[in-house]
Structure formats: structure tokens, C-alpha cells
Design a protein around this ligand. Structure first.
Ligand SMILES: [Zn+2]
Length: 332
């Protein structure tokens, strides 16, 4: 029986009024919300027994680039504590889906804390508020699947718990999701220094989470990113490309992977022609935007790479020939 089947069985038992604890077995990670209604309720509803479940709680069961500690805890649960699967468990009526910026402002002002303590950006964004609880669970699952810290075949499930009656619904079945998007057998993580897990990972860093230096973009080595059989190697995941070199590596990797695809070849031929005759970099960036939107579901770090390219363009001023040269090499 899979872990998910075991948990569903325990949940049926819970709903029927009895309690069934999971049998002894592998450890697993649960990422769930801070909501106090879940305390002492989540455990029997999922049959969580002592010694197996490694529970990480964040507001709205979220994990993202702005949430390093959550990711570090999950990574530690897997690589330090031996968790073999991850369950993201959202719940109905989550307060983060009813987030009111006005109420929160009133709340911290009452406590004597100025608005500026939370920066000058949007408060909803700062608190990562959301509207759709299920979509939010799926977002956390997808983030974990694509962050590059877990193997592509690592099981990551998404569940929703009814806060009232404890009924569990599977919204993402990690047992049935095939390794997707890339031909890689395993995603290779190259976390940028800014997001490399810090202190708790000192023992971990010696192992699976050790950051690798960014690979060179190698424009002159067409095919370098492919294996002898012509099959692209592992997809390079850099959640936060930190330099133009990172951005170029991501874009180059994308082009090398997709170049077998006829439609992509046509797109690239058109783009190359445009680069040769167009003098306005903004037009080129617009075309790249369109291309990135089309492929970003398969290449989650493309938008960040493009944004870095755009920032560099803005810093260096328009009209710089460097952009045309860089793109010509990337697309070659
Ligand atoms: Zn919640």
C-alpha cells in the first residue's frame, strides 16, 4: 500500500468515528498551515503517528523563493531526517485566503509597529495571501517539484483537509504524476548563493544540497549540453539567476533542449532574422517575452532569466549591441 493509500484509509476510519494510526514505515514530510484548528485534528484525520511524520507549518502551507526557512526545513526533513515523500496539506477556510490588508495594518499599528517595517511593497504580496486554497496547495506542490532540491521522481502530493469535518481530498496525486517537462532523469539543482540554505544545512551541505558553481554558458560549444546520444542532459534549475552568465546559461539550455522541435526551430529562425534587422532592443525583448510565456510552464526559470536580461538592458541603456551579440550566441 502506498503512503497516500494508507493516509486515505486512516481518513476514512477517522470520518467513521474511529481512529487508525499509520503502521510503522518510512518517514514523510507534511507541509501544512499554522491554523490552530489543525493542531490535534490533523494528526488523527491523517492517522499521523509519532516517529513517521515530519511536520513543517507555514502560514497558508506555503513555500516559495521568499520563504527560505520553510524550504530549508523541508530539505532538512528529507535529507537530514530521512523523509521519503512530501505531503502539502491545505485546509478549507484558510485565513490566508481571507487576508485583509486593512485588518493587518490595523493590527500591527495597534502594536506600535509602523507600516515601513514590512517594506514599501504590496502587503498581500508580503504575506503571500491567496484566494483559492486548492490552487495554493498546487502552487506549493509545483514549487517543490521544480525547485531542484528533490529528485524528479520524488513523490510530492497535494491534499485538502476540511477544517470542519476532517475529510481529506487529494488534489495532486504524486503517485500518478510522471516525470514531466524534461527528458532529464533527475533535476540538477544549482541554487544561487542568496537562496542556499544557511546554518542548519552545515551538515547537509556536505551532501546532496551542496551548491554547485554555475556552469559556463559556452556559446562556442554547440551541443555541449547534450549527451553523446544527442539527448539533452539534466535541466539546470536556478531559481534566482544571479548574473548575466546564469541567465545566458538558462536561455542557452532552453534553446539546446527545444531545438529538435520543428515549431521551435521556425520560431528561432524568425527571432534570429528579427535580431539581424531590428535596431530597437525593446522589440526584441517583447518577442522574447512572448516566447518565454509560451514555454515557462516547462522551464520555470525562464522568466527570471529574461527579467535579469531586461534589468541589465535598462542598466546599460538602450541600443547596446551587447544584447544582440549575446542573443545571437544563445540562439546559434
Ligand atoms: Zn490556513
Amino acid at each position: 500500500m502506498t503512503l497516500l493509500e494508507e493516509i486515505k484509509e486512516a481518513n476514512r476510519s477517522f470520518l467513521a468515528g474511529s481512529s487508525l494510526q499509520l503502521a510503522e514505515g518510512d518517514r514523510f514530510v507534511v507541509l501544512t498551515c499554522i491554523d490552530p484548528r489543525l493542531t490535534g485534528f490533523l494528526e488523527p484525520a491523517l492517522g499521523l503517528s509519532r516517529h513517521r511524520a515530519l511536520v513543517v507549518r507555514t502560514a497558508g502551507n506555503q513555500v516559495s523563493d521568499s520563504c527560505n526557512d520553510a524550504l530549508r526545513s523541508i530539505a532538512a526533513a528529507v535529507y537530514v531526517k530521512g523523509g521519503k515523500e512530501i505531503l502539502v496539506v491545505g485546509h478549507s477556510d484558510c485565513a490566508m485566503s481571507r487576508f485583509s490588508a486593512t485588518d493587518v495594518i490595523e493590527s500591527f499599528r495597534k502594536a506600535g509597529v509602523p507600516r515601513s517595517a514590512f517594506g514599501d511593497g504590496d502587503l498581500r504580496a508580503w504575506f503571500a495571501a491567496f484566494h483559492d486554497v486548492k490552487a495554493n496547495v498546487i502552487r506549493s506542490v509545483e514549487y517543490l517539484r521544480k525547485c531542484g532540491m528533490f529528485p524528479a521522481n520524488f513523490k510530492i502530493h497535494g491534499l485538502m483537509l476540511d477544517s470542519q469535518n476532517g475529510k481529506l481530498e487529494v488534489v495532486r496525486d504524486g503517485d500518478s504524476i510522471k516525470t514531466e517537462s524534461v527528458v532529464s532523469d533527475q533535476l540538477v539543482a544549482t541554487p544561487s548563493p542568496a537562496r542556499t540554505p544557511g546554518p542548519v544545512s552545515s551538515s547537509v551541505q556536505a551532501g546532496a544540497l551542496a551548491p554547485e558553481p554555475p556552469p559556463l554558458p559556452a556559446p562556442a560549444t554547440k551541443g555541449a549540453a547534450t549527451t553523446a546520444g544527442g539527448r539533452p542532459g539534466a535541466l539546470k534549475i536556478m531559481a534566482n539567476p544571479a548574473s548575466m552568465m546564469d541567465a545566458a546559461t538558462i536561455l542557452r539550455d532552453f534553446v539546446v533542449r527545444e531545438r529538435q522541435n520543428q515549431k521551435f526551430q521556425n520560431t528561432i529562425a524568425e527571432l534570429s532574422a528579427l535580431i539581424r534587422k531590428e535596431k530597437n532592443p525593446s522589440v526584441i525583448m517583447g518577442e522574447l517575452d512572448r516566447l518565454v510565456k509560451e514555454y515557462q510552464h516547462e522551464y520555470p526559470n525562464l522568466p527570471a532569466a529574461l527579467s535579469l536580461l531586461r534589468k541589465t538592458m535598462e542598466t546599460r541603456g538602450p541600443g547596446g549591441s551587447w544584447l544582440f551579440e549575446a542573443l545571437a550566441r544563445i540562439l546559434d
